[in-house]
Write a protein that binds this ligand. Structure first.
Ligand code: ADP
Length: 483
């Protein structure tokens, strides 16, 4: 696998969780999985201590040759991580952006990673069966495989490209073709070119043997003009090779029965520990210890338009003025939305709590403490937080899009299988009504609440089924390459 993030080493969102948990699950099934990542300086020191340097300088053949160092880490499941050390590109405080937006040299940084992935087998004297590459940052790998690396050691190696979020495609000035050492005949609208730029993801979509995205509904949505982000035609062209596979979750990290970050543990048969988590959290945020206090609604998210939390921000004061509820929100991202949420929280300190930042432990505690988890996304390729919340007996309130639609069973379909609340239009009124619906269920039908919590906690969100589907894709890619 080639990726720009993998938890716990470096993670900006769901991509990092998905890469490492899928790799872990395949490795546990006995497959020889190796993951190439950049050696970012932000990788925590305690993790870095267990990396081993590989001997010899590693040569990367872009247009000009570059020299880097490789480090290896082998997990308890025999999963091998290779870390590419090249400080000029990866010694930075953040993964993709600084205070003034995305790093200008992101195309060079990730072209470098992709070419390193192509040069790695020769360095290791080991040939993979298939490259599984993730998002635009790794999307040049299939392009190399079908062009400059078409003959030789990698001749029969297949490729699978997974799109975790189509919104980010990796646009670059055309000079990147020279930098990357790619041939200029790729500068065509049916290869790398898009709107006068190079589009990394588009190239990957054209050249990968098999394409996947992270939920069946998103696989349909990206073929439409509304959610295709300019590439709907390309997906229609490659439609026969595009599969939607829902992400799983890492049960060893997200399990309320064993989660060490919680003040109390619990499972579907005994939810007492969940009450303790709520009381403990509310004491810290709102300063009271009510055992049967008002319902707690939570959101943990990047704060960007995709997530729709601006719509929540618009109605929050209306909600807390008309319903007996509490909100706790953890997130960071767009300054304007951060400010909007911070100012409402200041107006209603006993009802709304907002923490601006990124905090993994808090994310676990809030997911456990909450009664409801709000995700009014404009689009959502898969979404992991609704899966985590169901696992923790917290009922998601989601808009019917992408993986949210595929993973949450609406209360409207009858309570016996329901795991949450689903609404359709992203309007103020529709979100207000969905919150009201959840609130009424909390106060009037505690039996339904318990049934839904237990339904969610007993669903299987592990990688078991999805990793099997990825294995099928790998076989298809290898067969395609063989023919
Ligand atoms: P996306 O990848 O679009 O951000 P996902 O729901 O797939 O959305 O995954 C988000 C991941 O990032 C989850 O693991 C979530 O807990 C985590 N996360 C998002 N924002 C924060 C935050 N502010 N603090 C801690 N974890 C966060």
């Amino acid at each position: 696998m080639v990726a720009s993030e993998a938890a716990p080493f470096a993670k900006a969102g769901g991509l990092g969780d998905a890469v490492s948990s899928l790799a872990n699950s395949l490795s546990a099934l006995g497959h020889d999985v190796r993951v190439l990542l950049p050696l970012y300086s932000i990788i925590p020191q305690d993790l870095r201590q267990s990396f081993q340097p590989l001997s010899g300088a590693f040569s990367i053949h872009l247009r000009r040759e570059h020299w880097a160092r490789l480090w290896e880490f082998i997990s308890s499941d025999n999963l091998r991580y290779y870390f590419l050390e090249y400080d000029h590109f990866f010694f930075r405080d953040r993964l993709y952006d600084g205070p003034y937006g995305a790093f200008e040299d992101n195309p060079q940084r990730f072209a470098f990673l992709c070419r390193a992935a192509i040069d790695l087998p020769e360095f290791l004297q080991w040939t993979p069966d298939v490259y599984h590459v993730h998002d635009w940052m790794a999307a040049l790998v299939p392009v190399y495989l079908e062009t400059v690396a078409r003959r030789g050691q990698l001749e029969h190696v297949g490729s699978v490209l997974t799109i975790h979020n189509l919104q980010h495609q990796g646009y670059a000035h055309r000079s990147i073709i020279d930098y990357a050492g790619l041939p200029w005949d790729l500068w065509r609208p049916d290869k790398l070119e898009a709107c006068g730029c190079v589009n990394f993801l588009k190239g990957g979509i054209y050249f990968a043997n098999k394409l996947t995205t992270v939920s069946p509904t998103y696989a349909e949505e990206i073929r439409t003009a509304a959610l295709g982000c300019g590439l709907a035609d390309v997906f229609s062209f490659r439609g026969g090779d595009l599969v939607g596979i829902l992400n799983g979750i890492d049960d060893s990290l997200w399990n309320p029965a064993t989660d060490q970050t919680l003040p109390a543990n619990y499972d579907a048969n005994d939810l007492n520990g969940k009450n303790r988590c709520k009381v403990d959290f509310c004491r810290q945020c709102f300063g009271d210890e009510k055992v049967n206090g008002p319902p707690l609604f939570v959101a943990v998210s990047r704060l960007y338009p995709q997530k729709g939390l601006d719509v929540l921000g618009d109605i929050l004061s209306w909600v807390v003025e008309t319903m007996d509820v509490r909100f706790a929100i953890l997130g960071c991202g767009e300054w304007q939305l951060e400010e909007q949420l911070a100012s409402i929280a200041r107006r209603f300190p006993d009802r709304i709590w907002f923490y601006r930042g990124y905090d993994e432990i808090l994310a676990h505690r809030m997911t456990a403490a909450a009664d409801f988890f709000v995700m009014p996304s404009r689009f959502e390729p898969c979404g992991l937080t609704q899966l985590y919340s169901m696992r923790y007996g917290t009922l998601p309130i989601v808009r019917a899009t992408g993986g949210l639609k595929d993973s949450v069973v609406s209360n409207a379909q009858g309570v016996e299988h329901a795991t949450g609340f689903v609404f359709y239009d992203l309007t103020h009124q529709a979100l207000y009504d969905a919150i009201g619906w959840a609130c009424a269920t909390y106060y009037d039908r505690p039996g339904d609440m318990l049934t839904m919590r237990q339904n969610g906690m007993r669903r299987d969100f592990s990688w078991k089924q999805s990793s099997q589907r990825y294995l099928d894709c790998y076989h298809w890619a290898m067969e395609k390459k063989a023919n």
